[in-house]
Design a protein around this ligand. Structure first.
Ligand code: AMP
Length: 591
């Protein structure tokens, strides 16, 4: 049985496999190696995952969800409907399960065999709850999750940096909405994450917004009026900015053309401008400077100087921007290694690890470290008396996993009946300043003087980064176990898991069969469901548009009506135009 490696990303996901000792990313039926991490339901109740879902995001944001990874490990609910009556709330791990299930299907189609085992990657900074949520998502999707591994570790594995000497690798990962930098040490077959820093609200989306403002100011200079401040026009400008940004990764100048962006009296105004890469670079430089600071912090944490780094690896679509590479090179005095596409290397590394775990001939073994210290809130004796609420670390950060540690605590009061065990992760000396993971009580303690009852707290942190806490009352053997439960995500019982899997399977099976009445605005039987969905959406959107844009949309709808009546070959082109129009009209509802 072969096992796959999965990069479950905020913006995009991939699935890869090892064949003959080599990892490769598996394509979908459309040949695309990347599956956008986007899920939705079509108007007819069909489940959509990936690019299809992303496409309808424009027409139906209320039936589509993106960037669910930001919410992993929380109980944030997303309402998604297969139709009015089928609307349901989903937790983040349930949405992720749908993405993983689609990747499973992609792998099975590509390989022609069932795939049940997977290694899934998560950012090095992911908390215990986020890792657990990821694992649960994998299980619901029908996988046995062999291991949850850190993304930078996977990236390093993909570069196959194993040698007999110790190599220290800096992994710089800049995606659409997140940034991480990690320092990884590889010795022979052992890989450790020494330190990791980042900003989960920094990425290519910010560059797009800066460029959008720049374009607006060019427009103002040229025409003496502002680009209209309505959401539709601004969204068009943002989309144009992203295209321009990508163009400038390979060209020193690029041209943007957006027609009918505004008006002056009765005259329509267009934006047509050439932007120099150098100007774009000026805009994003301060944000990139922040990423350099994070590099410095990671190096300091790992106790390393820049010249002790043997190699730099770039991960994430935004590292294609030449200035990113230049600034890193200047800062660290070293040219980043390239050779693997930055958006695929995490999945490839995960596949290598999966191969190792099922005994393929790939000889790399992983050893990860825990990203945050783990401990409990405890009172400490100070010169001014007993101070409660201190963070007593049981497993320090950067301990190699798996790791088990115990510490013994005593009662604080005479005749104390119960002890509250509050578990946190983080680095602050004040417990409350750290991330709470859950709490539980050890109760029915015998009446005894303060300090004479001892409770041992045992932490067990496993290879998948999941923490189990048990307590034992000394001398009595009384046990308590903590369900890590600061979120709604817990390990599911086998019954719950079975049920969740069955529900998910039903969703996938119902793809073709369920036809929930759609709000199609025409009764033409030849109309495709996609066009029907767009038309329905257009009817909703038109109500909220400014006069000029409403007219533009109505014009387009009339042309479509006309084309349908004539069965014209122009229909696909017009449908695309409508899709684009609605995309601009609704991207403001995104966040
Ligand atoms: P990822 O999250 O790794 O898939 O990266 C997605 C981000 O990479 C988005 O912000 C894209 O706009 C950005 N991106 C993709 N290709 C390029 C490119 N050629 N130049 C600049 N940014 C890019």
């Amino acid at each position: 049985m072969r096992a796959v490696g999965i990069d479950l990303g905020t913006t995009n996901s991939e699935v890869a496999i090892v064949e003959n000792g080599q990892a490769r990313v598996l394509p979908g039926e459309d040949g695309d190696l990347i599956l956008p991490s986007c899920v939705g339901f079509s108007d007819t109740g069909k489940l959509l995952v990936g690019r299809e879902a992303l496409r309808q995001y424009a027409a139906a944001p209320e039936r589509t969800v993106k960037s669910i990874k930001r919410w992993m490990g929380t109980d944030h609910k997303t309402t998604l409907g297969a139709g009015v009556e089928e609307t349901r709330e989903y937790l983040p791990h349930e949405i992720s399960a749908i993405i993983l299930r689609a990747l499973k299907q992609r792998a099975e189609n590509a390989l022609g065999e069932t795939v049940t085992q997977a290694v899934i990657t998560v950012p090095a900074y992911f908390t215990d709850a986020q890792r657990q949520a990821t694992k649960t998502a994998g299980e619901i999707a029908g996988f046995e999750v062999l291991q949850i591994i850190n993304e930078p570790t996977a990236a390093a594995l993909a570069y196959d940096l194993r040698s007999d000497d110790t190599e220290r690798v800096l992994v710089y990962d800049l995606g659409g909405g997140t940034f991480d930098v990690s320092v990884v040490e590889i010795t022979g077959e052992v890989t450790e994450v020494l330190a990791s820093h980042g900003n989960n609200r920094l990425g290519g989306d910010d560059f797009d917004r800066l460029l959008q403002l720049h374009l607006a100011s060019m427009f103002r200079k040229e025409h003496g009026v502002d680009v209209p401040d309505d959401a539709v026009t601004q969204a068009r400008l943002l989309r144009a900015a992203e295209e321009l940004k990508m163009e400038m990764s390979t060209h020193a100048f690029a041209t943007v053309r957006e027609a009918f962006l505004g008006s002056k009296g009765k005259t329509a105004l267009h934006l047509e401008a050439e932007v120099a890469r150098a100007d774009f670079e000026q805009l994003i430089r301060p944000l990139l400077a922040q990423t350099l600071e994070a590099i410095d912090r990671a190096l300091a944490d790992a106790n390393l100087k820049p010249d002790q780094i043997d190699r730099i690896i770039l991960v994430g679509g935004s590292t294609r921007i030449p200035l990113v590479q230049q600034m890193i090179e200047q800062h660290l005095g070293q040219v980043p290694t390239d050779g693997i596409q930055p958006d695929l290397c995490v999945a490839l590394g995960a596949a290598l690890q999966a191969g190792v775990l099922v005994g393929e001939s790939v000889d790399a073994i992983l050893v990860d470290v825990i990203p945050h210290s783990l401990g409990i809130a405890a009172a400490v004796n100070t010169p001014v008396g007993i101070m409660p609420g201190y963070f007593s670390v049981i497993i320090p950060r950067n301990s190699v996993v798996p790791v088990s540690r115990s510490q013994v605590y005593s009662t604080l009061l005479d005749n104390q009946e119960a002890v509250e065990i509050e578990v946190f992760q983080g680095e602050n000396a004040i417990a409350e300043e750290n991330v709470p993971l859950g709490s539980f009580k050890v109760e029915n303690l015998p009446p005894k003087p303060a300090g004479s009852i001892q409770v041992e707290v045992h932490f067990d942190f496993d290879l998948s980064g999941i923490l189990t806490v048990t307590t034992t009352e000394k001398g009595k053997g009384q046990q308590g176990t903590l369900v890590v439960s600061n979120t709604s995500i817990q390990r599911l019982s086998s019954h719950e898991l079975k049920q969740a899997r069955a529900e998910l399977e039903a969703l996938f099976e119902s793809d073709e069969t369920i036809e929930i009445s759609s709000q199609v605005v025409t009764d033409d039987a030849k109309i495709s469901p996609d066009l029907a969905a767009l038309l329905a959406r257009a009817q909703q959107v038109i109500e909220s548009l400014e006069e000029e844009q409403a007219e533009e949309l109505q014009n387009l709808l009339d042309q479509i009506d006309n084309a349908m009546a004539r069965d014209s070959a122009e229909l696909p082109q017009l449908q695309e135009e409508l899709d684009d129009f609605l995309y601009y009209a609704s991207t403001d509802e995104e966040e």
